[in-house]
Design a protein around this ligand. Sequence first.
Ligand SMILES: [Zn+2]
Length: 209
Amino acid sequence: MRKLPLIMIDPGHGGTDPGATPESPIEAGINLAVALHLRDILENQGFAVIVTRLVDRTLSLDERVMLEHQFDSDLFISLHCNAAADPRAKGIEIWTAPGDSPADPAATEIFRAVSKAFPDRRLRTDYTDSDLDKEARFRVLTGTLGPAVLLEMGFVSNAEERAWLQSTATQVHMALAIAAGILAWHRTLKDQAHARIDDIRKSHPGAAC
Ligand SMILES: [Zn+2]
C-alpha cells in the first residue's frame, strides 16, 4: 500500500442518467455535490483522491469499474440516493459485495461516522450476517478489484428527506462524516500494520527492522 491510500469517489449517475426516480431527477446532482466536498476534505487531509466524474456527464458502470482497475484505488466509494415506491421510505444505508469482503471494515467505519453525524436520521442496517452493511451484487461492488462500498445517503422519493439531501449544509456534513469514517478506517489499517511489524520484531529479536 502507498504511504497514504488512494481514495476513488464515484458520484452515481450523471449526464443522460439522472438517477433514482423519474419524478425527481436530482439524485446525480446530489451525489456529485457530496463527492466534490468529500474530495476537498480528503485532499486537505493529505489523501490522494480521484473522482470518477467531475461534472454532470454520462459514465457507464463498466467505465467506473475500469477506472478503479486503472488506478488501483485502496478504497472505492460510490455515492447514491435511494428511491422507493412508498414515499414514506427513508433512511441511510451502506452496501458491500456479498460475503466477507475487504470492504467490510471501511463500510463499518463510514456508517458509524455517518450515524454519529446524523443521530436523528433513520439508519437501515442488516445485522443478519453480524455486520451492519447490506450486501448486493452491484456492478461497482463486484467488478472492482479493491475494497468498494456504496453509500445510499437517503431517499429522494421522500419529500422531507429529499429537501434535507438537497441542502448544502447536509451535503457538507455528509462529506465531513464520510471523511471521518475513511480516516478512522485508515487508522485501523495503520494499527494493523504496526501490530504486524511488532509481531515480526518479536519473532526475530535480532532483526534490525
Ligand atoms: Zn443511484
